[in-house]
Design a protein around this ligand. Structure first.
Ligand SMILES: [Zn+2]
Length: 309
């Protein structure tokens, strides 16, 4: 007997779905210059598989969730000038509790960059790899418009499920056949905090379109055409239909593809930047090193601190 579930299927509704995160880490490897490429390429399966570790931790560690988003609309209107871009200034103005409540992704990326740079400096093969897989997750999340809006799953506008629709359903259905993943090579990022904020602002600007366009489309589709039932591992789930997904992607003018491409480019550029800032260490000893993959990462909530902000 098959179980019948009336749910919008989405593995998680917090970030690029598992599919997209894995592809982002995978493709990013190919944008790296030769010495770094050899190291990453030899561990490409690890990097791809562990791209979703931060999401898996969300239920176990309470500090984890705020690292994946920032509700920019809590800080007024675009360009949200009331929120200082630097952690210490923002903390001074709003208190840490309040920043945590609305999400800390732009600053958390800087903490991860600092940790990755330190791991490269020490030539710690395993930790470099682990942190690479994980910083990529947060960078990719920062490219998702609904990660910058408090209406992140359409819960305030009767659009429940839109989060997984944009970041899981659209790429899962449409990426393989036609999306272009030929992307420029990684570039050194002079000012990582400013770069991160540019990405957050782009996401925040796009969040309205993500919501409004779906609402308009919904008005044009009958419910029985909007949804379809699909079998997933013996479970029947209600899912956004193929027609509806294609129509949404079209009115978004390939936004999902564009943000996925930009995520890949940003991930590779952050990896490259950490390595350059660490003095371009020779990592040849790390190639083909078998790792103990069960080693757990440092999950302490070391917040962005003075020394690297
Ligand atoms: Zn996430």
């Amino acid at each position: 007997m098959v179980t019948f579930l009336l749910i919008i299927s989405s593995v998680n509704s917090f970030s690029w779905g598992f599919y997209a995160h894995k592809r982002i880490n995978y493709y990013a490897v190919f944008l790296l210059p030769p010495p770094l490429f050899l190291f990453y390429k030899s561990h490409i399966i690890y990097l791809s598989d562990h791209s979703v570790d931060p999401d898996k931790r969300r239920y176990a560690i309470k500090e984890e969730a705020p690292r994946h988003f920032i509700d920019m609309d809590k800080y007024g209107k675009y360009p949200f000038d009331s929120l200082p871009r630097k952690w210490n200034e923002a903390k001074m103005k709003f208190s840490e509790d309040s920043l945590q409540a609305h999400g800390i992704i732009p600053w958390w990326i800087q903490t991860m960059l600092y940790r990755l740079t330190q791991a490269f400096l020490k030539k710690d093969c395993y930790r470099s790899l682990q942190l690479s897989a994980e910083i990529a997750h947060y960078i990719a999340d920062a490219h998702v418009p609904l990660h910058t809006s408090s209406n992140h799953n359409g819960q305030f506008t009767a659009q429940h499920g839109i989060h997984g629709f944009w970041e899981s359903r659209v790429p899962e259905l449409l990426a393989e056949p036609g999306w272009d993943f030929i992307i420029p090579k990684a570039k050194y990022i002079e000012d990582p905090l400013a770069y991160t904020w540019r990405k957050i602002m782009e996401s925040a600007l796009a969040a309205d379109s993500v919501l409004v366009f779906e609402k308009n489309l919904n008005d044009r589709f009958r419910t029985d055409r909007k949804y379809a039932f699909e079998s997933r591992n013996g479970v029947i789930v209600r899912q956004y239909s193929r027609d509806y997904t294609i129509a949404y992607d079209k009115i978004l003018n390939n936004m999902v593809e564009r943000r996925m491409r930009e995520s890949i480019y940003s991930v590779a550029s952050f990896w490259y930047t950490a390595w350059v800032n660490a003095g371009q260490p020779d990592l040849s000893v790390c190639i083909d090193t078998p790792f103990h993959l069960d080693k757990s990462i440092d999950t302490t909530n070391n917040l962005p601190s003075e020394d690297h902000h």
